[in-house]
Design a protein around this ligand. Sequence first.
Ligand SMILES: O=C(O)C[C@@H](Cc1ccccc1)[C@H](O)SCc1ccccc1
Ligand code: NI
Length: 183
Amino acid sequence: MITMDDIVREGHPSLREKAEEVPIPPSDEDRQLLNDMLTFIKNSQDEKIADEYHLRPGVGLAATQLGINKRMCAVHFEDLKGKMYSYGLINPKIVSHSVEQAYLSAGEGCLSVDRDVEGYVPRNARITVKAIGLDGKELKLRLRDYAAIVVQHEIDHLNGVMFYDHINQSNPFAIPDHSKPIG
Ligand SMILES: O=C(O)C[C@@H](Cc1ccccc1)[C@H](O)SCc1ccccc1
Ligand code: NI
């Protein structure tokens, strides 16, 4: 079972590495790891389990946050309209995106960052992602707003990018052009 002890924190080199593509078809070991990552996120959202194992609630997790240099991430969340997203993504790739940007009004956090970092994180408002799913089949996701933000946060982790890299350092709450607040 993955717990917070398995999640590397700021300063760990894995968070700044570009992760390696996963060989396709994914091995049973890789699929098991990705399933364990998805289970961690679900557990982190279960009050009883999260309390018992001291899990920080999360909506996504990337393999690089476990110190594992593989292009895999998992997401499990409801968007602001109540639509459920629950995916293990292998070799995810953003194949197209909107010019329009979006940012979470509350800013972002990270399970690998044990501090609050204030400021807006501008991201693409709409993205199309291609990946291999947990079942080993190709999948294509068209995501917008909150869902697009979560998946971009995770794909960033696979490229060694942290959410605060996107924050305007001279004015963290500057509203980027062509961007809209979410939440
Ligand atoms: O560190 C991670 O990758 C997991 C993040 C993902 C994330 C944070 C902010 C915005 C989009 C994605 C954790 O989920 S941070 C904690 C959290 C929990 C619920 C909702 C938002 C953020
Ligand atoms: Ni993160």
